[in-house]
Design a protein around this ligand. Structure first.
Ligand code: GDP
Ligand code: IMO
Ligand code: MG
Length: 430
């Protein structure tokens, strides 16, 4: 099979985990390339549900290799908890099944403390981060004071870095944010101990992937978050601190652009967003409540209620361009069942003009009024559909409108959370 990048096209939680799990059957490697445990990827197989925050969603297949790329910020405590959780579920994860890039940056307790204290200080202007320390950890990476996985295996280096970093972090925490300072010793002891456990997993992921490619193996790149949470292209500053767009698969896993053969965009059949920030098609009415309840739209990481709205094809259209989408997987189509009329946003009206790209200005975005195409809904239960011809005509028309407006073919249609509740129109990359 080809090497495929799976990315979110909206504000995250599009159903990337489910699709990655499904596609893992056809590859040898599954690699994450950005983000951290702000992600929550849910998989349902048979009657079991799994939520992964750091470990790639391919891990349920015993003969596949999962890799955590250099582009991630990794909380080693969360990684170890996740490995332990899998063991309890009867899935043993050893170094032959999981690798952690030696260059991935480590989330430290002071990153979490700074994330929480900064959000508290922002009050009503807060971003609504997951509080996992993602932003502060990426900050350290960019200012070149970060701690990488390899440092966990070198006690002297780790100690020096923790002591130096804490001088600045404690000043900020105590003097600027009014939060409690942290002590170096317990952090050092804890991270050295975790480093010992993780040492067999710490490798050069780029080299491992390269060797695999040379041996004819294929790679699935698992994106986290979504294109409109991208630090460059998203609804800044209401974004995450990494680049969830497809091109990051190269820098965040350590492969060249010629290793990407297909970019698959995951599109939820409607729109959701967790945390603050503009959302042009948001529904603060009973239709929004219907979607939220039927779609069980609660955050997989923080348990927060997700904001819901109509499908916004301005948002998806930006993602087509920013990621170079080859095909789309439409997820959660079943959630729309029962709605009399469906609306698709095809453009925004702002200052008396129609626009088809989201403006960079936050103020302008907030003034945008959605322009909708209305379509009839369907009443039939579609969760049992396994081929496109099993779908009611109204559902087929809804999908055709998405393809027509975006200009991108739909390769997968998801009609339920379970692995089997899927219609594969054309296997991506085949
Ligand atoms: P991710 O972050 O993109 O992997 O998505 P999440 O796992 O955070 O959120 C997607 C949620 O929708 C999860 O609870 C999935 O189990 C669920 N899900 C995925 N696809 C479908 C679908 O087609 N129909 C329904 N009803 N639920 C789905
Ligand atoms: P997956 O991979 C949805 C959001 C947070 C917040 C903003 C910044 O499951 O799709 P951060 O903690 O990253 O600094 O928070 O980004 N956010 C997500 N929203 N799905 C995610 O991941 C998200 N990861 C971060 O809610 O608004
Ligand atoms: Mg999620």
């Amino acid at each position: 099979m080809s090497n495929i990048v799976v990315v979110g096209t909206q504000w995250g939680d599009e159903g990337k985990g489910k699709v990655v799990d499904l596609l893992t059957a056809g590859v040898e490697f599954v690699v994450r390339f950005q983000g951290g445990n702000n992600a929550g990827h849910t998989l349902e197989v048979d009657d079991r549900q799994f939520i992964f925050h750091i470990i790639p969603s391919g891990i349920l297949y015993e003969d596949k290799k999962c890799l955590i790329g250099n582009g991630l910020v990794v909380d080693p405590e969360v990684l170890l908890e996740e490995m332990e959780g899998l063991k309890k579920a009867g899935i043993t994860v050893g170094p032959e099944r999981l690798s952690l890039s030696e260059k991935a940056h480590m989330i430290m307790p002071y990153h979490r403390a700074l994330d929480l204290a900064r959000e508290a200080a922002k009050g009503k202007d807060k971003i609504g981060t997951t509080g996992r320390g993602i932003g502060p950890c990426y900050e350290d990476k960019i200012t070149r004071s970060g701690i990488r996985a390899v440092d966990l295996t070198e006690p002297d280096v780790l100690e020096e870095k923790i002591r130096t970093n804490l001088q600045e972090k404690n000043f900020l925490l105590e003097k600027f944010l009014g939060a409690s300072p942290l002590e170096a010793e317990p952090i050092l002891d804890h991270y050295l101990a975790m480093g010992k456990t993780l040492a067999p997993y710490i490798t050069d992921v780029s080299v491992e992937l390269d060797q695999g490619v040379k041996a004819g193996k294929s790679i699935l790149f698992e994106g986290a978050q979504g294109t409109h949470l991208d630090i460059d292209h998203g609804t800044y500053p209401f974004v995450t601190s990494s680049n969830p767009v497809a091109s990051t698969a190269c820098s965040g896993a350590g492969v060249g652009p010629n290793q990407i053969h297909h970019v698959l965009g995951i599109v939820k059949a409607y729109t959701t967003r967790v945390g603050a920030g503009p959302f042009v098609t948001e529904l603060n009415d009973e239709t929004g409540d219907f979607i939220q309840e039927t779609g069980k739209e609660f955050g997989a990481t923080t348990g927060r209620r997700r904001r819901c709205g109509w499908l916004d094809l301005v948002v998806v259209g930006d993602s087509v361009r920013l990621n170079g989408l080859d095909s789309m997987a439409i997820t959660k189509l079943d959630v729309l069942t029962g709605l009399e009329t469906l609306k698709i946003c095809t453009g925004y009206e702002v200052d008396g003009q129609m626009v088809h790209q989201r403006p960079a200005s936050l103020g302008k975005t907030e003034q945008c009024k959605p322009v909708y195409k209305e379509m009839p809904g369907w009443k039939e239960d579609i969760t049992g559909a396994r081929e496109k011809k099993d779908l009611p005509q109204a559902a087929v028309d809804y999908l055709s409108a998405i393809e027509e407006i975006t200009g991108v073919p739909i390769s997968i249609i998801s009609v339920g959370p379970n692995r089997i509740e899927t219609i594969v129109v054309k296997l991506p990359g085949s």
